[in-house]
Design a protein around this ligand. Sequence first.
Ligand SMILES: Cc1cc2nc3c(=O)[nH]c(=O)nc-3n(C[C@H](O)[C@H](O)[C@H](O)COP(=O)(O)OP(=O)(O)OC[C@H]3O[C@@H](n4cnc5c(N)ncnc54)[C@H](O)[C@@H]3O)c2cc1C
Length: 339
Amino acid sequence: MEKILALVCPEADGTLGRPALEAIGAARDLAASLGGPAWDIGLFGASVGKAAGSVGGCGAARVYGVEGAEFADPRYGSDAAAAEVICRAAGAALVVAPGTSRLARVAAGVAHRLGGRADNHVTALEAHPDGVFISRGFYRQRVEAVMSRKTRPWILVLEPGSRAPAAAAPGDAPLEMVPAKAEGRAWMEGFREPAAGGRTIRPDAELLFVAGAGWTKKQAGGQVRAAEAENLILEFLSKTRASLGSSKSLVDQQGEGQAVLSFLTHLHQVGQTGSTPRHPKGLATCCHGEEPHVVGWRFIPQRRAINLDPNCGWAKGKADVVYVADAFEVMVRLNEMLS
Ligand SMILES: Cc1cc2nc3c(=O)[nH]c(=O)nc-3n(C[C@H](O)[C@H](O)[C@H](O)COP(=O)(O)OP(=O)(O)OC[C@H]3O[C@@H](n4cnc5c(N)ncnc54)[C@H](O)[C@@H]3O)c2cc1C
């Protein structure tokens, strides 16, 4: 029977985030559908005791850990070294890891060191008489393939948001610490964030808030109200911890010398030439809802939009609810209600 390992990292506060719990749930369910081979959890980070205790009762046979100050920050050399020794200690044939930036960055390198293979953008795992099959996206997730591999170990990088997380199950599965040596010459010195807004892309947020170019267009009084828009959006984001997305038109304006929202970059762009995030809900504001933008919403099940134009794209079957209203007024009211 093939051994399965869920390989995850605790957050800075020592707890496990949603993507990690999804990977643990996927490993557990895969083991059950394969007829119950032993499955393990591997953890690495500054300290793994708290995370191990929070999932020790969810059925894993063992919990392997690598911890220490040198494993606290995401860094290729230390993360790959920790992941490699954990995979070797567990003797895992199938490794399920969450598609966070931290694990996605090292998955291919670790697979290479182990003589295995890695696949990212995995959205489903299935036991089949002919082996384990995965569904994964290719070509910016526009093409979905169902595929299998014979090579082991096989590292499966699970797309965050593609399944339910494992429920917290505190318990004391045996925690086995594995010695690891952090490699590499690069060290993390700290975070530097844009002056305004801080971190606004939050892949595991419940809500995606999309800002469109309308925020920086002349409004009813004939004025551009971009500074006011910035404040309203940042207030909303800080109150809801929503993730921020943007239309292409809005992020492109920076290069054209027009009014912009200072905290937006091209990383925020959602759509055909942007990202396809997975959040349970989305709210589009001052965004027309044209197809090249909405195609980036295909994994967002509950959609709402605020637009002055009752004939905007969202109203043509692309959103569940369209509020025909001035987004400035709605956001003022919404922020008041959230206070
Ligand atoms: C090859 C190609 C690839 C593309 N890829 C992408 C992509 O990845 N992502 C993407 O987003 N776009 C993409 N586009 C561009 C896309 O077609 C649209 O041009 C773009 O999404 C429009 O952005 P927008 O809706 O923010 O702006 P606009 O079309 O200018 O819409 C602004 C909206 O704001 C509304 N509005 C203004 N003021 C208010 C107010 N006070 N309250 C409420 N509503 C208000 C207006 O009614 C209007 O509907 C692509 C285009 C091409 C050709």
